[in-house]
Design a protein around this ligand. Structure first.
Ligand code: LMR
Length: 333
């Protein structure tokens, strides 16, 4: 009798321990607003992770640089202060993974379909694998969209950017892009861009419209030209030690949640940018200009040398393999 009651007691204890076991917490830090492709996709991931793991994992999303800013978040991930991030592909150079800057090359992708041949294929997978020696595991690529130039003076031709101080993300390719049109690139953390534009520290910048609108840049930029000259998207990354240390069943459920979040992110990205553009127009603070085919071509021509100048940095073979996938003829750039 004593044995039975002892066994029952042990069972009850283990059941109550299991019930009260603290969930595994994944801190997911990012720098954009909630109502952006990345903001919505990270919330979606948090919800699906909780559902699929039946509450065993709690993903805490910290948006809008509320926990860490651009540079700090990478360091925080490596030391394990956060477990998950989704930095823009333009922010991996300082980590030493220069190849990922290939996504910053102007006019390398004409549309999402061309881009997805890379991000959803073997080239994308091999780029994510380059993060592993840094203690980082790449889980997925999430879309944002194509960037447009803004300033306080109209931008119709590449010459309109000459001498302008332009905010860029921390990418050598973007530095070269700005130099190719005579602009002066300034690396500034995303959280500081609104302030830098409003105080005149920089004259202009480049963004997908969802970022432009949700950071209220329309309040401090009079002109926006829909150049769609370059891509901005994300790599969702985790601290590798943390990820590899997860129980296999939980890791599998999180992989499923990530797959669903990726489909969701890539489905809503264009819509979010379209909605943001409508809001910018409605605000009446920024004049939005759609360049003609010829005007856009002038930017493409002016920026074509960036492909050649940056080939060594991102890797010529990689560049050629992307051209092959997308059907770009480099001699026609
Ligand atoms: C930027 O710094 O402009 C972007 O990388 C922000 C983001 O995460 O979309």
């Amino acid at each position: 009798m004593k044995i039975v009651s002892a066994l029952c007691g042990a069972l009850l204890l283990s059941l109550s321990l299991a019930a009260s076991a603290d969930p595994i917490v994944i801190k997911f830090s990012h720098v954009v607003a909630n109502n952006t492709p990345k903001g919505k996709a990270s919330d979606f991931f948090a919800k699906r992770a909780a559902e699929l793991t039946k509450g065993k994992v709690k993903v805490e999303v910290y948006p809008n640089s509320s926990l860490y800013k651009d540079k700090e978040e990478m360091e925080a991930l490596q030391i394990g202060a956060v477990q998950m991030l989704a930095p823009s592909l333009a922010k991996f150079g300082p980590l030493g993974v220069k190849e990922i800057e290939v996504f910053d090359i102007p006019f390398i992708f004409d549309n999402y379909a061309e881009l997805h041949k890379i991000t959803q294929g073997p080239i994308g997978a091999s780029l994510l694998a380059k993060l592993e020696p840094k203690g980082i595991k790449g889980l997925a690529f999430w879309d944002n969209g194509f960037k447009s130039f803004s300033a306080n003076t109209p931008i119709r031709t590449p010459a309109d950017l000459k001498g302008k101080k332009m905010r860029i993300q921390s990418s050598k390719v973007l530095e070269e892009e700005m130099r190719s049109v005579g602009a002066i690139p300034q690396v500034i953390a995303f959280s500081e861009v609104y302030q830098a534009l409003s105080t005149g520290v920089v004259d202009g910048t480049e963004n997908p419209i969802s970022n432009f609108y949700t950071q209220k840049m329309n309040e401090v930029q009079k002109y926006l030209t829909l150049t769609n000259h370059g891509y901005l998207g994300y790599a969702v990354i985790v601290n590798k030690k943390f990820w590899d240390g997860l129980p296999a069943d939980i890791r599998g459920q999180l992989e499923q949640a990530m797959k669903e979040a990726t489909d969701y992110a890539n489905k809503i990205a264009q819509e979010e940018n379209d909605t943001a553009l409508e809001e910018v127009k409605k605000s009446g603070k920024t004049t939005v200009y759609t360049p003609t085919k010829e005007e856009r071509m002038a930017f493409k021509k002016a920026m074509a040398p960036v492909h050649i100048k940056m080939a060594d940095r991102v890797g010529s073979d990689l560049l050629q393999s992307i051209y092959k996938e997308t059907g770009t003829d480099p001699s026609k750039l």
